[in-house]
Design a protein around this ligand. Structure first.
Ligand code: NAD
Length: 424
C-alpha cells in the first residue's frame, strides 16, 4: 500500500481562520453574546477517513477524505464534495460554515456541511474514481442520509459521482434512497435545472445588481474565471442575455477578445482540444491577467483567494460576482469596498445550486418531479427575495453586501439555536 500525501495548500490565508474571523466580525455587528458565538465558531462534527482504493494496475492507493458538518439548527446539513489535490480539513470546515450561512440566507431548512477527498481526479481512470467514490461513501455512510447530511457536487465532482454515492448508500440500505444526495443525473432522481442552477442564480444576482444602477446585462462586458460547471454556464446564460463575454479561463489559462467570445464555440473548442488556448479570434491571457481586464462584471468561478490585497486595487469591473466560494480575501474586500466596487458575495451569488438541490431533495422525498420552468421560476423567487433582503440590510445598516448577508444569515441561525434551546 502507498499513502498519497497532501501537498501544501495553494491558499494564502487559512480559510477556517478567515471564516471564523468573518463570523466574529458579524457577531460584533449584530450584538451576539459570546455564549452563542462560541457555539457557532465550531463545527458540530468532522470526520477524517482513509480511503484505500484499488488502482487498475492492481496496486492500492490510500486517499484522505473528510466530511464536516458545521451546524444543524435549521435542518439537516447540506454541502458539496470536493475532489482536489489541495483539499484540507481546514478548507472543508470553512466551506461547511459558509454553507450554514448560505442555506440560512436562502431561507432553506438546512444547516451547512462539506466533504472532500485529497485527490487529483484527472489522474485517476473512471473505474478508479468509481471505486474511490464508493469506498469514501462507505466510510462516511453513518454520517450522511436524507434526514442527516446530504452531499452534492463541488469542484472535481459531478452528477456521475453523485449517482455512485446514491447507489452505494442505497445498496447498503437495501432500497433506493433518492434524498441522500443531490445533483444526481436526471435518470436517477436528479432535478431538471440543477446543472445550470448555480450559474442561473448568479445571473439573477447580476441582473438585480445592475437594476440598482438602472442598467441591464445587455452589452455589459463580462469576464469569467473558471470554465467548469459554474463558469461555463454563467458565461452561456449572460451571453444569451446579450452580454459581451470578453474573457474566459480554466486551470490551463485564459482567452481574451474585446469584441466578445462565442461561448458555445469556446465549449466546443475545449471539448475537442481539452483547453481554451488557441480559440479562434482570441488572444491568450493568464488567470492573473483575467482578473484585471477591462470589464463591467467580473465573475471568479474557480477557486478561493484569487482577488487579494495584491491585485484588488487593479480590478476594473464595477461588479464582482462570486461564483466560486471565497474568491475574494477580506483584505481585498476592504479595498474593493473603498473603491466603490460592488461585491456580490458567494453566500448569495452562488446559492442557486443549493436552492435547486433543495428542490431536488423535496422532489425525491415526494417522488414527484417538477417541470424546468417551475424549477427556474421558484429559483428566481428565492434568489430575488434573498438579494432584496441583503440589499435592504446593506443600505439600512451601511454594510458591504457580504457583511449584510452574514448579518441576516448568522442572525437566523442564532435565532433557531436559541428557539431550540441547548440539549440537555
Ligand atoms: P468545476 O470543477 O466544474 O470547475 C472548476 C473550473 O475551475 C474548471 O474550469 C477548472 O479548470 C478551473 N480551475 C481550477 N483551478 C483553477 C485555477 N487555479 N485558476 C483558474 N481556473 C481554475 O467546479 P464548479 O462546480 O464549477 O465549482 C467552481 C466554484 O464554484 C468552486 O468554488 C465551488 O465551490 C463553487 N460552487 C459550485 C457550485 C456547484 O453547484 N457546482 C455551487 C456553489 C459554489
Amino acid at each position: 500500500m502507498t499513502t498519497v500525501e497532501a501537498p501544501s495548500s495553494h491558499l494564502k490565508e487559512n480559510p477556517w481562520e478567515m471564516a471564523r474571523s468573518q463570523l466574529r466580525q458579524t457577531a460584533g455587528q449584530i450584538g451576539m453574546e459570546d455564549s452563542m458565538l462560541n457555539v457557532l465558531l465550531e463545527c458540530k462534527k468532522c470526520v477524517a477517513v482513509s480511503v484505500p482504493t484499488r488502482m487498475d494496475d492492481g496496486s492500492v492507493r490510500v486517499f484522505e477524505g473528510f466530511r464536516c458538518t458545521h451546524n444543524v439548527a435549521r435542518g439537516p446539513s447540506k454541502g458539496g464534495i470536493r475532489y482536489h489535490h489541495e483539499v484540507t480539513l481546514e478548507e472543508t470546515k470553512a466551506l461547511a460554515m459558509w454553507m450554514t450561512w448560505k442555506c440560512a440566507l436562502m431561507g432553506l431548512p438546512f444547516g451547512g456541511a462539506k466533504g472532500g477527498v485529497v485527490v487529483n481526479p484527472k489522474q485517476l481512470s473512471v473505474t478508479e474514481l468509481e471505486r474511490m467514490t464508493r469506498r469514501y461513501t462507505t466510510e462516511i455512510i453513518n454520517f450522511i442520509g436524507p434526514e442527516a447530511d446530504i452531499p452534492a457536487p463541488d469542484v472535481g465532482t459531478s452528477p456521475r459521482e453523485m449517482a455512485w454515492i446514491f447507489d452505494t448508500y442505497s445498496m447498503n440500505k437495501g432500497y433506493s434512497v433518492l434524498g441522500v444526495v443531490t445533483g444526481k443525473p436526471l435518470e436517477v432522481g436528479g432535478s431538471v435545472g440543477r446543472v445550470e442552477a448555480t450559474a442561473r442564480g448568479a445571473a439573477f444576482c447580476v441582473r438585480e445588481a445592475l437594476r440598482k444602477q438602472d442598467l441591464s446585462i445587455e452589452d455589459r462586458k463580462v469576464a469569467v474565471q473558471g470554465f467548469g460547471n459554474v463558469g461555463s454556464n454563467l458565461a452561456l446564460i449572460l451571453a444569451d442575455q446579450g452580454a459581451t463575454i470578453v474573457a474566459l479561463s480554466d486551470s490551463g489559462g485564459g482567452v481574451h477578445s474585446a469584441d466578445g467570445i462565442d461561448v458555445r464555440a469556446a465549449l466546443a473548442h475545449k471539448r475537442e482540444t481539452g483547453s481554451l488556448e488557441g480559440l479562434a479570434g482570441t488572444e491568450t491571457l493568464t488567470n492573473e491577467e483575467l482578473l484585471l481586464v477591462d470589464c463591467d462584471v467580473l465573475a471568479p468561478c474557480a477557486l478561493e483567494q484569487v482577488i487579494t490585497g495584491e491585485n484588488a486595487d487593479q480590478v476594473k469591473a464595477t461588479i464582482v460576482c462570486e461564483g466560486a466560494n471565497g474568491p475574494v480575501t477580506p483584505e481585498a474586500d476592504a479595498i474593493l469596498d473603498d473603491r466603490g466596487i460592488l461585491v456580490l458575495p458567494d453566500v448569495l451569488a452562488n446559492a442557486g445550486g443549493v436552492v435547486v438541490s433543495y428542490f431536488e431533495w423535496v422532489q425525491g422525498l415526494q417522488e414527484y418531479f417538477w417541470k424546468e420552468s417551475e424549477v427556474n421560476a421558484k429559483l428566481n423567487d428565492i434568489i430575488t427575495r434573498a438579494f432584496a433582503e441583503t440589499w435592504r440590510a446593506h443600505e439600512e445598516r451601511s454594510l458591504p453586501m457580504r457583511q449584510a448577508a452574514y448579518a441576516l444569515a448568522v442572525g437566523r441561525v442564532a435565532e433557531a439555536t436559541t428557539t431550540r434551546g441547548l440539549y440537555p
